[in-house]
Write a protein that binds this ligand. Sequence first.
Ligand SMILES: Cc1cc2nc3c(=O)[nH]c(=O)nc-3n(C[C@H](O)[C@H](O)[C@H](O)COP(=O)(O)OP(=O)(O)OC[C@H]3O[C@@H](n4cnc5c(N)ncnc54)[C@H](O)[C@@H]3O)c2cc1C
Length: 356
Amino acid sequence: MTPRRVSVVGGGIIGLSIAWECRRRGHEVTVHDPDPGNGASHVAAGMLAPVGESYFGERELTELLLESARRWPAYARELAAASGRELGHRTEGTLQVGLTADDLAQLRRLWTHQRELGTPVVSLDSEQLREREPLLHPRARGVLVESDHQVDPRRVVAALRTLVPVRPTAIGSLTELDADADTVVLAAGCASAALAGLPVRPVQGTIVRLRGPVVLRHVIRGYADGRAVYLVPRADGEVLVGATVEERADGHATAAGVRDLLRAATDLVPELGEHALVEVSTGHRPGTEDNGPIVGELETAGARAPRLLVATGHYRHGVLAAPYTAHAVADLVDGRALPLLWAPFTPQRLSAGGAR
Ligand SMILES: Cc1cc2nc3c(=O)[nH]c(=O)nc-3n(C[C@H](O)[C@H](O)[C@H](O)COP(=O)(O)OP(=O)(O)OC[C@H]3O[C@@H](n4cnc5c(N)ncnc54)[C@H](O)[C@@H]3O)c2cc1C
């Protein structure tokens, strides 16, 4: 294999994990980003939840995410060892719960779908649920998804940054890199749209961070009287409450959005009402029309231009999909084909308007 000179545009979790994987395979890599790690990756909850995120009609995406989830434990071990950093990787599993009869009716449809995918969804009676998570509202009912885990994306980014060099430059046009590299990887999240005309749109999301003495044992997600919410507890006492999903990109958290998140959170776990509210953050998920990522090769203008690879559009799943995306893109850099599970997610599936 010939070592390549690789320029990665974008130092979020996707660009940084690609850069580290390429370095591990012997390539010379530089990441360009004026504000590395502070895009969507800074806001994300870090749920590694292929089961909780499996929706009707997205079987190919679910299979891709299940494979990336399988890779996370080894990836977390290797990254922690290489960087000497702790990543907050936790494997207690996720409780999917509802409060009202309507909440549970909605969840039951989801559980049937999740079981049809062959994923393990363990029913719990109310006593078992209370044993696992004593602070849940007594009316809550639900299941355990053992395989849906979590990691702290801010820690992952910090660990990756110890392993790859980042130049603090904003790339105005990809042709700027023609002299620097023989392979360019575009991984600029939502900004990939402007840089390469890709159909990626920002889907705004707000997350609230609480801190207090009460410790939750699991990620909890579900519905509280019709309001969708997730609670992601970190080992240090922080609890993330997320997230809004909004088709806008002004970067403003709204009062109503935060109110609904806090209301759902405190309905599910009343004790959270005593926690301090320490942060409200808003980020932009790089969304695509079919909710799948865009990973593969783009045509370049001239014969002497560097090869142009792209890895963007990870929408709600960029943290989960990072290890497998890095592996797939590094395979392309090595001159190999994309792994088969990626075939439905190449840029070639997109028409000019972005539809499949
Ligand atoms: C509220 C919320 C909750 C989420 N929760 C989860 C979750 O629980 N699990 C999960 O898997 N995913 C989650 N996500 C999704 C996840 O955050 C994204 O899919 C992921 O962060 C995308 O990573 P990225 O590296 O492509 O983009 P980003 O993290 O946005 O990084 C893009 C980078 O490109 C840089 N850039 C932009 N323009 C240029 C330029 N011209 N030149 C150089 N660099 C440039 C930016 O500075 C930025 O650092 C969540 C997202 C949000 C908003």
